[in-house]
Every structure is written in structure tokens, then in C-alpha cells.
Design a protein around this ligand. Structure first.
Ligand code: B12
Ligand code: SF4
Ligand code: SF4
Length: 334
């Protein structure tokens, strides 16, 4: 039934307090959430129990949707003049597709089971998605902290349907990372640190955090590690052995609209052009000024002479979020 609703992976966990909540509390206490207040405010406590989201919840139906398309990995791509946008953000924003699929799943279940209460959660809901997805048998939590499925790798989004129905839960699969450390070694900013039951991600060191979530300036000492990334980062998944033969989706919604666009063109975008180019994709989350900040840093890292003119324009911006990294990048060109 889940497959007919657009999900390649599905399973069920009991809607009980999260046994992993202690990891989450430790993670927040260590400061690893950076400035992501939605993770540390009153919503942190809501995460401890799915019944805080739906009082009558008895089961959490976890669903996974593949987004892998047949295009190169960032680790195979070597074009200094082009920007890297992470795979999940190439096409349509997944939130809507996940929500529609989960609504459809709820409707189909009602046809079979009669009336019940339900709530759809995707990403932004205060729910420990990977913890419940692991319990529902969708995969194990790798050292890169992604949920990895033995057959499907980790290129999938997660979403959940909380239901008041009692459904027999699935069992979590074993951890198959073994002695591998590829993700830890490949991370250019050493963001995968000891923590939790093994490893965790310190967002304050993660390129994905800098380029998507951080609203202010990127600390100077972190900039060199960002390479050509302008939105998100895929490196710790690109190198994972479980992703080397990961299946691709036949859903064209996630295919790149604009694969690895030239940095020079991105630097010239007006705000309206930025909105047009990335409308309906996750990239708009970085906002225009944050995106130009990322482009300036990527240009400084690539240090190609043809970036001088666009960087001089960015350095003249009235917005210090853009002007300062552009000056930093110009200094690297020199
Ligand atoms: C905040 C956030 C981020 C932050 C922090 C990342 C992080 N690792 O925590 C930043 C901005 C850096 C980020 C980046 C990315 N994210 Co993000 N992110 C989230 C979000 C909103 C919350 C995650 C969270 O609570 N983190 C805090 C830590 C402590 O929680 P956790 O890692 O989930 O850990 C829990 C369990 O793993 C467990 N646990 C921890 N260690 C161990 C060890 C063992 C042995 C066991 C049993 C359990 C266990 O306990 C923890 C508490 O429950 C979720 C959506 C959601 N609502 O859950 C998406 C989510 C995790 N992100 C997702 C994606 C796709 C990404 C990126 C790939 C995007 C990109 N290409 O740039 C990167 C991947 C970076 C990485 N290596 O994690 C997907 C992951 C899908 C998957 N297959 O795993 C999610 C689930 C969104 C979705 N709905 O699809 N993300
Ligand atoms: S997303 Fe990139 S920066 Fe973040 S942990 Fe993975 S490899 Fe490191
Ligand atoms: S690269 Fe290796 S250690 Fe990292 S998540 Fe994949 S299998 Fe686990």
C-alpha cells in the first residue's frame, strides 16, 4: 500500500517515548544544534514522545522516499567553475510530495480499517524521525548519522503517519557500518565527532548547516573546507559503501533542474532571478543573501581569475553578509 502512495520503504514503530531521547538531550547540551532554535526551544521536549503531537497515537508508520537520480556524486565531480548543490535539493521540494503521499496512505488505510485519528509529520515536526524509522526497520543509523537501508542506501527522505490504530511493530535491522570509517575520514570539516552511542554530527562544523541553516556569517576557519558547496553537502553519503549501488528513483520530480550551475552565473543573480531559478526547490531556504554568501565563499575557495569581476560586485553589496565573504574571497584570489 505504501508503494502505491509513492514510498519505496515503510515500516511501523510503537508510538512510545523515544528511547533515544537521551542522545538528543546530550546533543543539544553539547551545543551541537548551533543556532537552530527550533531544535532547542520548547519543541525539544515535544520530541520525547509522539503522543505530544497526537495524544491518541498508538503507532508510527514510517515511510521513505528515494531521491537518488543517475547523476555523478560530488566526490566524482571536478569542475572548479561550477557550484555544488546537494542531491536532495536538485528538484522539487520533498515536503509537499511526502505530505501528499502520507495523506493518501491515511485515506487508503481508512478504507480498510475504518475511522481513526492521524497526523502527518515530515522533517519540520518535532519528532525524532531517524530513531522511529530505525525502530520501524527502515535502516540503521550510520556513523554519518544518516539512516541507511541495506538495499537502498541512504538517499531517501523520511516522513511519518502517526495513527491511533495499534499495528504490530517491525524490528530494527542490525548496524552494518562495521569497522568502516570512510564518512568520518572524508568529511572536510571533521563534523562527525564521537557522541551518542558512537558518532554524531556537530552542526557547528557541518557544511550542510553553514550553507542552509546558518543565518549569519560563516566562521572564517570553516570556509576553506566548504570547497564549491553552495547548498547542503553530500560527501559523507557519497563515500558510503552502501550508496555505491543505491537504486535510483523513477520519480522525475527529484531530477536536477539545473545541475551544478556555474558559480559566475549564480553570483550575478538578482533576487527575483534567484527566486525564479530555485522556485519550488529546497534551495530557497538559504534565502538570497545567504545563498550569495555561500557563492562568494565557493568562489574564494576555487580562486579562478574570472571570478574577480563578479566578486568585486558582491563586495560592493550593501549587505555585510554578502560583502564581507566577497572581500575574503578577493583576498584569496590575490
Ligand atoms: C537538524 C537536522 C539537520 C542538521 C543536523 C544533522 C544531524 N546529523 O543531526 C543539519 C542541518 C546539519 C542536517 C544536515 C543534513 N540533513 Co537533516 N535533519 C535535521 C532534522 C530536522 C533533525 C535531526 C536531529 O534531530 N538531529 C539531532 C540528532 C541528535 O538526532 P539524530 O541524528 O536524528 O539522532 C537520533 C538518532 O539517530 C538516535 N541515535 C543517535 N546516535 C545513535 C546511535 C545508535 C547506535 C542508535 C541506536 C541511535 C542513535 O538518537 C538521536 C535522538 O533520537 C531531521 C528531521 C527530523 N525531524 O528528525 C533532518 C534529517 C535528519 N535530515 C536529512 C537530510 C537528508 C540531511 C542532509 C543529507 C541534507 C544535505 N544533503 O545537506 C544532511 C546530512 C548531514 C548528516 N550527516 O547528518 C534527512 C535524513 C534522511 C536519512 N536517510 O537519514 C532527515 C530525516 C529529513 C527527512 N525528513 O528526510 N540536518
Ligand atoms: S554533510 Fe558534509 S560537512 Fe556535514 S558531516 Fe557530512 S561530509 Fe561532513
Ligand atoms: S561510510 Fe562507512 S561508517 Fe560511514 S555511514 Fe557508511 S558504512 Fe557507516
Amino acid at each position: 500500500m505504501a508503494r502505491e502512495c509513492g514510498f519505496e520503504l515503510a515500516g511501523v514503530a510503537a508510538a512510545e517515548p523515544a528511547a533515544d531521547a537521551a542522545y538528543y538531550r546530550e546533543w543539544v547540551a553539547a551545543g551541537y544544534a548551533g543556532e537552530m532554535r527550533y531544535l532547542t526551544d520548547r519543541r525539544a521536549a515535544v520530541r520525547e514522545d509522539p503522543r505530544n503531537l497526537l495524544a491518541s497515537a498508538r503507532s508510527v508508520i514510517c515511510a521513505g522516499k528515494l531521491y537518488q537520480t543517475p547523476w555523478p556524486y560530488s566526490t566524482q565531480f571536478n569542475h572548479a567553475e561550477r557550484a555544488w548543490i546537494s542531491r536532495y535539493a536538485w528538484g522539487d521540494d520533498y515536503h509537499e510530495a511526502m505530505r501528499l503521499g502520507l495523506d493518501k496512505l491515511a485515506a487508503r488505510l481508512r478504507e480498510q480499517a475504518g475511522p481513526f485519528e492521524s497526523k502527518v509529520c515530515v522533517d519540520t515536526a518535532p519528532l525524532l524521525e531517524r530513531s522511529y524509522a530505525r525502530l520501524a526497520g527502515l535502516g540503521w543509523i550510520g556513523k554519518n548519522t544518516c539512516l541507511i537501508n541495506q538495499q537502498s542506501g541512504s538517499w531517501f527522505f523520511l516522513g511519518e503517519l502517526l495513527v491511533s490504530l495499534e499495528i504490530a511493530p517491525d524490528a530494527p535491522p542490525p548496524d552494518r557500518c562495521g569497522s568502516c570509517r570512510r564518512c568520518i575520514e572524508a568529511c572536510p570539516t571533521e563534523a562527525i565527532v564521537p557522541g551518542g552511542a558512537g558518532y554524531t554530527v556537530d552542526s557547528r562544523l557541518c557544511i550542510s548547516y553553514f550553507t542552509i541553516e546558518q543565518r549569519g556569517a560563516v566562521p572564517e576557519e570553516m570556509r576553506a573546507g566548504m570547497g564549491g558547496h553552495v547548498f547542503g553537502c553530500d560527501i559523507c553519503q557519497d563515500v558510503c559503501p552502501w550508496n555505491q549501488r543505491a537504486p535510483v528513483t523513477d520519480d522525475t520530480a527529484f531530477a536536477p533542474r539545473n545541475f551544478a550551475p556555474p558559480l559566475g552565473e549564480l553570483a550575478e543573480l538578482t533576487e527575483a532571478e534567484f527566486r525564479d531559478l530555485f522556485r519550488g526547490t529546497p534551495v530557497t531556504r538559504a534565502r538570497y543573501a545567504g545563498f550569495l554568501r555561500n557563492v562568494a565563499i565557493a568562489m574564494g575557495n576555487r580562486a579562478l581569475p574570472e571570478f574577480r569581476a563578479p566578486l568585486e560586485k558582491l563586495a560592493a553589496s550593501e549587505n555585510p553578509l554578502v560583502a564581507e565573504p566577497a572581500r575574503w574571497a578577493l583576498a584569496r584570489l590575490a
